[in-house]
Design a protein around this ligand. Sequence first.
Ligand SMILES: *Cc1c(COP(=O)(O)O)cnc(C)c1O
Length: 376
Amino acid sequence: MKNINMVDLNGQYRKIRWKVNREIKKVIKSSSFINGPIVKEFQNNLQEYLNVRHVIPCANGTDALQIALMALDLKKGDEIITTNFSFASTIEVIVLLGLKPVMVDIDPSTFNLNPSLIETKITDRTKVIIPVHLFGQSCRIEEIINIANKNNLKVIEDNAQALGSKFKFSNSEKQMLGTIGDIGTTSFFPSKNLGCYGDGGAIFTSSDNLAYKMRGIANHGMYERYYHDEIGINSRLDSMQAAILNVKLKYLDKYNQRRQKSADLYNQAFKSIDKIQTPFVESDIDSHVYHQYTLKVPSEIRDDLAEHLSLNNIPFGIYYPLGFHEQKAYKQKFLSDNDFPATNEIKNQVISLPMHTELSRRQINYITDTIVSFFK
Ligand SMILES: *Cc1c(COP(=O)(O)O)cnc(C)c1O
């Protein structure tokens, strides 16, 4: 079997090579490497794709979260509610800004922050909820928005893993993830569903005020050249990355459909194996774009299965080995309680399989046959 990768960026590039190369050459020829017209063009195209009023491109998904928090006029010690099972960026920026992270346990079926646990954590210092749409699946954002409205909190959606996914509201209307909260953020890290060839990120909002403020913060707090009204940071999407993203944005829906198709094939193959729990999809197909395809297996055999995959040259990922509440950097300093039974249980059960836009049916068959044989 030809090498199987967790992601196959080269295979994806080969199919759009001439377009990407042409656009990169254009940027080089123009020498407009920073804030070139292509950045604005990508911004407009993404606004249209998401159907959101403002897209603010920035340097990466971590900065996007930081800029969003900086725009909300928070005070040191204000509390931010978020999930304790995610990539580190989410908690990192909270702590770096002198805010207090208040972690909430997850729903063990979706791995997403459990909305029914939020209200017990709200105090009079709580200002923001940051839900993460983990692994490509929408969290229960409607419930979270209702809780936020009731308690006068802001919502920042960390949508680094689910760009292009939609949430279906109880009235059946659908809306792009990242455009539902007050602010949404994303990452264009190469392996994300819409990835560039370096670092990149973006912020979304429908508020003119927040958009104005965040554009300034991303640009040294500068609204008029060399006049600094706020303490800002330097966070730009460069023209080369914008040019690549502009090409790839046109393929995003197709890419996500390919991921959904591969997930389907995996699901079918594992249906008959009781010990495998395939990803639980809460809503309809649009709500999961499979940034990761993550199985749950009994914790006693998870590491043996991982070894079996390695022996058969199939890569896998353990996302994530620990919740934030157990990470060395965060464990003692900031977390008041240890009440994360769902995270503690599932961190030993999860195993993510290769998932990308270039997986062939033969590769999927090889992967599923290898896994099924482990359980026989
Ligand atoms: C990738 C990721 C980020 C950070 O994005 P970078 O561009 O790497 O800074 C933030 N949150 C989540 C959930 C992510 O998966």
